[in-house]
Design a protein around this ligand. Structure first.
Ligand code: ADP
Ligand code: MG
Length: 698
């Protein structure tokens, strides 16, 4: 058997030490296995050759066969280009190169048949093709060309003269090696049952497909496998965990819950809140440890659900904790909850990094004795010094900011892990949730409390500041408060901060009779809090800020959110920011300010924001527009999406399907003892070893 994983690419013909280094560094390709799993990102049909007489300026990529009559370098400096006259006997066109002029002119040959490939465009009434792919046509058999693969390359690779075509050549050499058998990675019974193409064949075809149908079959096989093992991994972890840990059982609803419900709850629960509470109630009653993801748009009332779930824990003699990503958010939760439980005999405390030593000691001993029943805090809760008498329920707000390892830390505060409720206002499309948090059950609050006026979203170009300021003035005159948000993105932090400062200057000049505060992440926490508090208490009217305000800030009187450079924010982020307004009874507005020139995708993003207030719709659109690797939250979550063939935006159905296949296998082969699955479990162990991210999933 050929083992591609142990073969270094250095020794593949066509790969010297220099190319090997580029492949290592740029594409993380070290072995022949890595190389063959570097799949094309597109294919173009190369079986058809056009004639020049057929050409128009509006064609997609096409192929021509002919010869170069003559070529020259024309122009100077940045306009310098190489122009080659090309004919196939039916007409003439120009081939043009703006880059690599020297290299290409030294390699072009006259009186040789070329197969060229590119996109015709019309320039000065003439059809020409810029930067065509050129191949010597003498030794190519057209009928064998089929679909030509295209591989992604980086800038650096191009400079080292490695393009898609050079990768294609390397791929040919590896695929040639597949005349020797390689080990199959899926068990025979699965291949049979789901009519999958064998691995050996699929790997050949995915690079050099003869036709579209066999390509689809090869892709299906590889996608199936990729998603299947991810699901098998997640689901078997969750099974292992269920066996290892018992969950606390909360058999009863008692006085804490009931007193709150009948005496303190100031409004009717929404249908969605009731449903989610029922789901949680069911989970905590079973003796299995709950792991639930609660998704709900900003303002949908998740905090209340969290509180009522914590009261269930209290009713059964347990403590509860709630962890938020920032101090501001933690103290807001603390205030909210204190207010909710006013007059009930429940001890709640707040613990953050800035809790004073004396208070800290008091709180810590209260947790050990059990007197402190609910603790709200930041990461500070994770420290080893924080121990409980009986932690039964943990709420984690905005989980994207917490790594998986951090979440796991909560568990070791007990012999048995507490029930866990992870809340997020960044709706994660279902397919993604299944991959990211595959062993979390998902609850959704898909209904806002009654009486909210939908936020009106407006797109405005940044050269129309006058009318924007007029609107701001009107709102200020009505006693409302305003946010101005500027992007702050790591790479260009300095420039961004400058933008924010300039914006702040402008705004203070424009509205001299109002107090303006400024908040950004580079400020000291105390300073930040002071500014935030001025705004929250209504003493300041305008807040100029970066996205630090994204999470949690709750100022119901703020009715206008102005987002500068909106084109630089992601969709979910825009939606989060917008959620800072519309919390009171007044009509609220969100203004997305952008430059005049927008890319297609940006324009679409802004359009979606203007049209939709629905976080799920927006998240789905985001997934479709940007692909999952880019989706906010997924980078920080500790699970990189290096899916090689499957596409979460498109392969949702397949994902659901393989999940049932994986679940079925886990159920039937509890001890992993079935001979027919031997290969499958060893493959899973292999993947867990070689793929660090896998061990981290939930
Ligand atoms: P989230 O955390 O989901 O963004 P919150 O829990 O902060 O939302 O709730 C937003 C506001 O709605 C809060 O002021 C809360 O008191 C209020 N609220 C929650 N549930 C209801 C309800 N059923 N009816 C009316 N108002 C509600
Ligand atoms: Mg909230």
């Amino acid at each position: 058997m050929l083992d591609l994983a142990t073969r270094d690419i250095k020794f593949l013909s066509g790969v010297g030490p220099r190319r090997a280094e580029i492949l290592n560094q740029e594409l993380n390709i070290f072995s022949l296995h890595d190389l063959i799993y570097y799949f094309p990102y597109k294919y173009v049909d190369r079986s058809r050759v056009y004639t020049i007489s057929e050409l128009t300026g509006s064609m997609p990529y096409i192929q021509l066969k002919g010869q170069i009559l003559h070529f020259n370098v024309v122009g100077e400096g940045r306009k310098k280009r190489l122009v080659a006259r090309f004919t196939d006997g039916t007409g003439f066109i120009d081939l043009v190169w703006f880059r690599g002029v020297k290299y290409i002119s030294s390699s072009l040959k006259l009186r040789q048949d070329y197969l060229i490939f590119g996109k015709p465009t019309v320039f000065n009434g003439q059809v020409n093709i810029a930067h065509p792919d050129m191949e010597n046509a003498t030794d190519i058999q057209l009928s064998s060309l089929g679909l030509k693969p295209y591989y992604n390359t980086t800038e650096k690779m191009k400079r080292g003269s490695m393009n898609s075509q050079s990768i294609e050549k390397l791929m040919k050499s590896v695929v040639d090696l597949l005349k020797y058998p390689i080990p199959e990675t899926l068990p025979e019974h699965i291949i049979q049952k789901y009519k999958l193409m064998p691995l050996q064949e699929a790997l050949k075809i995915i690079h050099f497909p003869g036709d579209a149908l066999s390509l689809r079959k090869a892709q299906y096989r590889l996608k199936f496998e990729e998603l299947f093992y991810i699901q098998l991994n997640i689901l078997s972890y969750s099974k292992e965990r269920q066996l290892k840990y018992k969950g606390f059982t909360f058999p009863k609803i008692g006085e804490y819950f009931n007193n709150f419900f009948f005496k303190n709850l100031p409004f009717e629960l929404t249908g969605a809140q009731k449903r989610v509470l029922k789901e949680i109630r069911q989970d905590v009653g079973t003796g299995v440890q709950m792991n639930r993801l609660l998704q709900g748009d900003v303002g949908s009332g998740k905090t209340l659900v969290a509180l009522m779930s914590m009261l269930m824990a209290l009713d059964n003699g347990y403590q509860a904790c709630m962890m938020a990503p920032t101090e501001i958010l933690a103290s807001q939760h603390y205030e909210t909850i204190l207010e909710f439980i006013h007059g009930l005999d429940i001890r709640v405390e707040l613990l953050t990094g800035s809790t004073r030593k004396k208070d800290r000691e008091r709180i810590l001993s209260g947790l050990i004795s059990g007197e402190v029943q609910i603790i709200i805090g930041t990461h500070a809760l994770l420290e080893d010094t924080v121990t409980f008498k009986a932690l039964g329920f943990a709420v984690i707000d905005e989980q994207h900011r917490f790594g998986v390892a951090q979440r796991a830390k909560l568990w070791i505060k007990n012999d048995n892990p507490p029930h866990i409720l992870v809340m997020t206002a960044t709706p994660i499309p279902r397919t993604l949730a299944m991959t990211l948090y595959g062993d979390l059950d998902v609850s959704v609050i898909d209904e806002l409390p009654p009486g909210r006026k939908p936020i009106q979203t407006i797109h405005q170009f940044d050269n129309r500041k006058k009318s924007l300021y007029k609107m701001v003035k009107d709102q200020l005159a009505m006693g409302r408060q305003i946010y101005f948000v500027y992007p702050l993105i790591e790479e260009s932090e300095k420039i961004d901060l400058k933008n924010l400062e300039q914006g702040y200057e402008l705004i203070t000049q424009e509205f001299p009779e109002y107090r303006v505060v400024k908040v950004h992440g580079k400020m000291k926490p105390a300073e930040k809090d002071e500014q935030m508090n001025l705004f929250a208490s209504g003493q300041a009217h305008i807040m100029v800020a970066t996205t630090v305000i994204e999470v949690g800030v709750n100022v119901p009187n703020a009715s206008v959110m102005i987002i500068e450079n909106a084109e630089r924010f992601g969709l979910s982020q825009l939606h989060q920011l917008r959620g800072r307004v519309g919390r009171g009874a007044d009509q609220s507005y969100c203004v997305l300010v952008t430059g005049y020139k927008l890319s297609e995708i940006t324009r679409k993003r802004i359009e979606i924001m203007v049209e939709s207030n629905d976080g799920f719709e927006i998240a789905e659109a985001d997934l479709k527009l940007r692909g999952p690797g880019d989706l906010e939250g997924t980078q920080q979550s500790g699970v990189a999406f290096d899916l090689k063939v499957a596409d979460l935006a498109k392969d949702g159905q397949l994902l659901q399907f393989v999940r049932t296949v994986a679940q079925d296998i886990i159920d039937k082969d509890k001890n992993r003892s079935l001979i027919e699955n031997k290969l499958l479990w060893s493959q899973l162990d292999n993947l867990r070893k070689t793929n660090q991210n896998w061990a981290a999933i939930s």
